[in-house]
Design a protein around this ligand. Structure first.
Ligand SMILES: Nc1ncnc2c1ncn2[C@@H]1O[C@H](COP(=O)(O)OP(=O)(O)OP(=O)(O)O)[C@@H](O)[C@H]1O
Length: 399
């Protein structure tokens, strides 16, 4: 009798949130597998990001900060959480949304509509810059000329520079992006697979570009993608439409951690689609993303076996030391547009020159030392240049 009473008390206790020990758990936290209630989930989620911001001295009071806003889940949650923390902890930041319109019909035009709604929902001023205005080309035009294979290189190089130009226009001190722990772990792995030591040493830094036009920070460096996906579902104030789906999410939340990543996102995205949740969840229509996709699935498989795997990969990336004998590229400025460059021309100018001359493959591939203005030399080796990029897929492998 006593034993069974003890057992039922124990079962009752195990049904309480393991953090507050008061409320019923509604989800298994992906990062730690702890069964916790929704109040504790959003408390730990937001507090961890706050701690990352404070410990890494990401911001100073009075700074103007642009949030790279694509309309996707990461940057939407980042815009929401950062404005909340800014208010709650009196960071004293002036926040802005900065969106780049790459000119991808049926993808970016739709996601920009989401950002425009976010502008009103969060009360943050929005600046949109387009590839068409900046470079005279949309990604639709570029894909028509170059095809699907290498288009991500153009997009990645142009977006990086476009964000810097937008930041200069807004006169901000910093740019923050929604890159999360999963993105960083993937990038560590990809840079190892490519033997790219220069990017490997940069890709784990929480702040980069301090020597360039504008420092970039990643406040979600240690935030798991699965938690970013969960967050809007259980935060009442995030958007009124999110609250409608509590019951659905709570029913499946304890099981989700064991699903494959693609099944997981499919469930969430399908539901998000029907409920018209206010972030945009479609993959880029021009991104085959095969190589990064394999790395992503590999990391998700590791995460299913051991959630800490993501943090450990980031830690390994951080702990790599570059031998002093490794020659690092020297930073200068582009002779053509004045943007930062370790070569005579910056990568965007090389790519644009190729596009404008009807030789779009000219700038593709990694310039190794030497002067990249030597186009003649590059056009003589189209096969090897294209090959060097096959493994690169979506955009550049650093941030
Ligand atoms: N078109 C864009 N305009 C402004 N910022 C962008 C744009 N595309 C990407 N970013 C920034 O870079 C981050 C990483 O972009 P990535 O393309 O990897 O998208 P993601 O991981 O799907 O993120 P999100 O869910 O925010 O779209 C985004 O979170 C955002 O901060």
């Amino acid at each position: 009798m006593e034993a069974s009473e003890g057992k039922s008390k124990k079962q009752g206790a195990s049904r309480l949130c393991c953090l507050c020990n008061q409320r019923r758990p509604v989800l298994k936290r992906p990062k730690t597998l702890q069964q916790i209630c929704k109040e504790c989930f959003y408390e730990v989620f937001e507090e961890e990001i706050h701690q990352v911001i404070v410990k890494n001295h990401l911001f100073k009071s009075g700074e103007r900060v642009a949030i790279g806003a694509s309309g996707g889940k990461d940057s939407t949650v980042l815009a929401y959480v950062l404005s909340e923390l800014n208010r709650r902890h009196s960071y004293g930041l002036d926040l802005f949304l900065l969106s780049i319109d790459e000119g991808i019909t049926g993808y970016r035009d739709d996601s920009l509509e989401t950002v425009k709604r976010n502008e009103l929902q969060y009360g943050l001023p929005l600046q949109i810059l387009s590839y068409k205005d900046l470079y005279g080309w949309t990604m639709d035009d570029i894909v028509k000329m170059i095809g699907l294979k290498n288009n991500c290189t153009f997009c990645g190089v142009f977006r990086r520079q476009a964000l810097d130009r937008g930041a200069a226009l807004l006169k901000v001190d910093k740019l923050v992006t929604g890159h999360n722990a999963d993105d960083i772990a993937e990038t560590v792995l990809l840079n190892i697979l490519r033997g790219d030591i220069a990017r490997l040493s940069r890709c784990t830094s929480i702040t980069t570009g301090e020597d360039g036009p504008i420092p970039r920070c990643k406040p979600f460096k240690y935030t798991y993608e699965k938690e970013i996906v969960i967050y809007p579902f259980i935060t009442e104030s995030f958007s009124c439409s999110f609250s409608n789906i509590y019951s659905f999410f709570f029913l499946i939340s304890l099981e989700l951690v064991n699903l494959r990543y693609c099944d997981y996102l499919n469930i969430v995205h399908t539901y998000a689609y029907f409920k018209k949740l206010d972030y945009f969840s479609t993959e880029c229509i021009y991104s085959p993303n095969a190589y990064r996709g394999f790395a992503r699935e590999f990391i998700k498989d590791l995460e299913r076996l051991r959630p800490r795997a993501i943090l450990d990969i980031i830690k390994s990336g951080e702990d790599f030391r570059i031998a002093t004998t490794t020659k690092m590229p020297e930073q200068g400025t582009c002779e053509r547009c004045g943007y930062i460059s370790s070569q005579k021309w910056c990568k965007a100018c090389v790519l644009l020159d190729g596009l404008n001359r009807g030789l779009p493959k000219m700038g593709i591939g990694r310039a190794r030392g030497g002067v990249n203005g030597d186009h003649q030399k590059e056009t003589k080796k189209p096969a090897s240049a294209a090959r060097s990029l096959e493994s690169k897929q979506c955009g550049s492998l650093d941030f």
